[in-house]
Design a binder for this molecule. Sequence first.
Ligand SMILES: *Cc1c(COP(=O)(O)O)cnc(C)c1O
Length: 385
Amino acid sequence: MNIPLSVPNFEGNEEKYVSQAVKEGWVSTGGAYINELEEKLAEFLNVPMTVACQSGTSALHMALVEVGVEAGDYVIVPTLTFIAAVNPVKYQLAEPIFMDCDESFCMDTKKLTSFIEEKCSFDGERLKLKEDGKVIKALVVVHVFGNMADLETIMELSEKYHFKVIEDATEALGTYYTEGKYKGKYAGTIGDFGAFSFNGNKIITTGGGGALTAKNVEELKHLKYLSTQAKDDGLYYVHNEIGYNYRMTNLQAALGVAQLEMLPEFIKRKNANYELYRKLLSHQEKYCLRGFSNNIHSNKWFYALEVRTSTSAEDLKIIIEKLQADGIQTRPIWGLIHEQKPYRECKTYQITQAVKESERIINIPCSTNITEEEIGYVVEKLENI
Ligand SMILES: *Cc1c(COP(=O)(O)O)cnc(C)c1O
């Protein structure tokens, strides 16, 4: 047996569309597949427009640029996530302030609220950290593993205290609310900006790639312009702003169009496989397959297994190595970002839950092409540990 954690699945029109792009010679940052991907993604998400770009990281970076985050500003971020959600804050020479998660792995909005009420001041225009008077311009919220953060609270805070909300929906393409104020709304379409990723391990892939959407279409059009080197005239090379080479290529977009066709099917399979794991693991004392919020329909991108007997990262390491010896690839949840070398001096607020999760959660194989036998095998090997 050799069961990877999460691999791409090309059962659809991938080869056909990519060959077409090659045949036509449109492989770079122009071509029909880019427009098609942007339009179809916008249709799927029920938004007016999306911009395809080079990666989820570049999408997040562009959002911060548009917000006007710069040196001397703060951006509120989660500590329990992939580091790509935070690095763009540093690209802008701003500083992150790290927040804890709750049981959903997403940002703890009770702690966020008390942080703002206790540690910040609001002068009617700007939210500032009391300690040094620097402005908190934005908040990056991550919909971890396809779960969805409590956006009702976050958007209320954002309206009250005038900071922008950037949704990192890179793991949550296709997740939407089934209840509440935002019923029917997809992850990434509620905040001021929404970033998506099509990296190899995401629910759909373009090899590497991403997309961005925004509440304000003018801002989004501006970002599309910035992503293509801020070119005002393609013939005479006139540039009136500093741009980026962040545009997606047509070759990637060809893959993306084919993958997007498969997305509803992939979401179904992720859900079915999750249910199978849950059934097979239900009588287990040692493990608990963690749930998703009940006010959403999740894409169930990644499965989080709580190892109840584990009290340290060392305990998890033993389990991960044993499974590896049986041909099963798993991984621990991320190393907390505020503990990583470039971020150790940054401000944090009451981080406790994220520490606990990092000592007891592993991700188990979740590819859309995993078989029932393979799931059975994973569960059997887990039982034997
Ligand atoms: C994958 C991911 C990203 C970055 O996406 P890339 O396309 O790899 O740049 C950002 N944030 C989170 C939470 C991710 O999982």
